[in-house]
Design a protein around this ligand. Structure first.
Ligand code: G6P
Length: 608
């Protein structure tokens, strides 16, 4: 996590760096800082907490200079304090900002202390400043000092350096964490992603693993891992990669919840032919007809999208599917066969564990497909095929439209593979596609019911525990409902498969515990209702999420009912996700928590 910006500008850079950091704040908001070269000397300002604090600090303590680096922090080593905030310096010669973790920092730190270095922070980053400083002191040029330092560092990092006496020099390095260079006219930029740089330039190149870039206003020299001078392609950023505004909504999360019907329509229009008869995902080189196993890997909400899609792949394509959490998969070294398709799902496309898992699968699986929101991301670039989910920028830390669009793309991919494997007849395929095409309007119907959900949420703000139950394809959604509530309202919540209730979780139920029961009237309805009665018999407060028919036959004894449109088919989670999101959202608003930037979380998790 953490966001990095660097600018060699024509004018004062602090306001521009601050603006770019705002666009990176989704990466962390524990503290922030900026360093500049002003009249040949390094100067810096740092503040704890959100960027607003740094911005206020700069009003009373302006920071001059036409070259500078900035950072927004998600704390790993050391609490969010001023001394632990970036940029870090050693003496007055070098300032550095860092995204990632230096795993051998303790060892390096002990050696530096033994040689007389004084450390002011608890961070891993400060060792980098000390190492570079030591090489500079020995008479090296900044470029050589950085190049000597990089091989000493173990772990994942994106770095940007600034040097005193060098107002026309920034050095950037990437190993494991993303970094983009922006090309301007007589100006150059560095950023953790294209979104940070989009107001400054539309010309971007991405550093590759092991790259070190020596940047001046009129030149960029990129050296690869073996120190060869290399070229990296310059891309034009598309306007949809730019950060959007709240458009009158109170929070980005609410705006993004309400954007879902439009975002889902984009997926349907892009990946289903206009006549509704076929799927237009271009994947002829993926040999989908020869796949015998599927492995799906992701983190957080994206993992729960995979867990949902497992039902679809197995039902439609009759292919066995394993779903794994990326941080587990990457170290387990699971045996993958050459007939396995590996699918990686990531909104940001930068999640460190998912990327590492992908690199393992690239070697051992037949093909690697990624499902991403950011088409230029590392995960997309390293896949055999990247399928964009077309959700548009998702700013709120809690994923909403990202989740439902991931589900939609996975559903279409499951149907595509089923068709390639001759598991579906054309009429069957067309029926399923018709079901999908109808979903945006059903999502709209659910959004119309948001005042009712808001009213229910007001009753939840005082509770301390909550359970979510679902069966079959609704089981992962129960987990997602609980995750959303935890993330933004800080209420302890757990999701369970309804059938598992009596194997432990039922012990938690009393008259203080609301239990959300997700139960469309499908073939598992009766079973879920039996579990719901087990909850009611123990005084649990049931919030029953079902359609009219379900509510007519089984709502007696419920505490609250959220009535949904009738959807009996397997794609129901794409619509039933919305009441889960709204429940979490309105509960958090009632509690007064920071909805878009919940404590301790970040959106793009680039550390493991
Ligand atoms: C973080 C976010 C989650 C997200 C997860 C995976 O934990 O807070 O909302 O689901 O990362 O992110 P990805 O970008 O890989 O989908």
């Amino acid at each position: 996590m953490c966001g990095i910006v660097g600018i060699l500008g024509k004018n004062e850079v602090s306001p521009l760096i601050l603006e770019s950091l705002k666009r990176l704040e989704y990466r962390g908001y524990d503290s922030a800082g900026i360093a500049t070269v002003n009249l040949g000397k390094l100067d810096r300002r740092r503040s704890v907490g959100k960027l607003l604090n740094l911005s206020d600090h700069l009003v009373s303590n302006p920071l001059s200079g036409k070259s500078g680096i900035g950072h927004t922090r998600w704390a790993t080593h050391g609490a969010p304090t001023i001394v632990n905030s970036h940029p870090h310096q050693s003496g007055t010669s070098v300032a550095v900002v860092h995204n990632g973790i230096i795993e051998n920092f303790n060892d390096l730190k002990s050696k530096l202390i033994a040689k007389g270095a004084n450390f002011e922070s608890e961070t891993d980053t400060e060792v980098i400043a000390h190492l570079v400083h030591k090489f500079l002191e020995s008479g090296m040029h900044p470029t050589d000092a950085v190049k000597e330092t990089l091989p000493l560092l173990q772990g994942a990092f994106a770095l940007c350096f600034l040097f005193s006496g060098e107002p026309d020099l920034m050095i950037a390095a990437r190993q494991g964490s993303p970094l983009a260079i922006g090309y301007g006219n007589d100006e150059m930029f560095i950023g953790s992603d294209a979104i940070a740089l989009s107001p400054l330039t539309n010309k971007i190149s991405y550093l590759e693993e092991g790259d070190c870039a020596v940047i001046q206003r009129h030149s960029v020299k990129i050296f690869d891992q073996s120190d060869n001078l290399v070229e990296r392609k310059i891309n034009k950023i598309k306007p949809d990669q730019t950060r959007s505004s709240k458009d009158g909504f109170k929070h980005f999360m609410l705006k993004e919840i309400f954007e879902q019907p439009e975002a889902l329509s984009r997926v349907i229009t892009k990946y289903i032919s206009a006549d509704g008869k076929s799927i237009t995902i271009k994947c002829s080189e993926m040999d989908l007809d020869k796949i015998e196993k599927i492995t799906m890997v992701a983190c957080g909400t994206a993992y729960l999208a995979c867990a949902t899609a497992k039902y679809w792949f197995e039902k439609f394509a009759r292919i066995p599917v394993e779903v794994d959490i990326a941080s587990e998969f990457r170290y387990r070294e699971p045996p993958l066969t050459k007939d396995t398709l590996a699918i990686f799902v990531s909104q940001s496309g930068e999640t460190a564990d998912t990327l590492a898992a992908l690199r393992y699968a690239k070697i051992h699986a037949k093909k690697v497909i990624s499902i991403v929101n950011v088409s230029e991301s590392s995960i997309a670039r390293e896949s055999d095929l990247a399928i964009p989910i077309l959700a548009g920028p998702e700013i709120s830390v809690a994923s909403t439209k990202g989740f439902t669009n991931q589900l939609a793309v996975l559903a279409i991919l499951a149907l595509k593979i089923a068709a390639e494997q001759n598991q579906l007849s054309s009429p069957q395929l067309q029926t399923y596609l018709a079901n999908l095409r109808y979903l945006p309007s059903l999502q709209n119907d659910v959004l119309d019911a948001s005042p009712k959900i808001e009213k229910i949420s007001r009753k939840l703000s005082k509770i301390t525990n909550m359970l979510f139950l679902g069966r079959g394809v609704m089981h992962p959604l129960a987990l997602e409902g609980a995750l959303k509530l935890k993330e933004i309202s800080y209420i302890h919540a757990e999701g369970f498969a309804s059938g598992e209730l009596k194997h432990g979780p039922i012990a938690l139920i009393d008259n203080k515990v609301p239990v959300v029961v997700i139960a469309p009237t499908n073939d598992l309805f009766e079973k879920t209702i039996s579990n719901m009665h087990e909850v009611m018999a123990r005084d649990g407060k049931v919030i029953f999420v079902t359609d009219r028919e379900g509510s007519e036959v089984a709502s007696k004894g419920s505490w609250e009912i959220i009535e949904m449109p009738k959807i009996t088919h397997l794609f129901a989670p794409i619509v039933y996700a919305i009441p889960m999101q709204l429940l979490a959202y309105y509960t958090a608003v009632t509690k007064g928590t920071d909805v878009d930037q919940p404590r301790n979380l970040a959106k793009s998790v680039t550390v493991e």
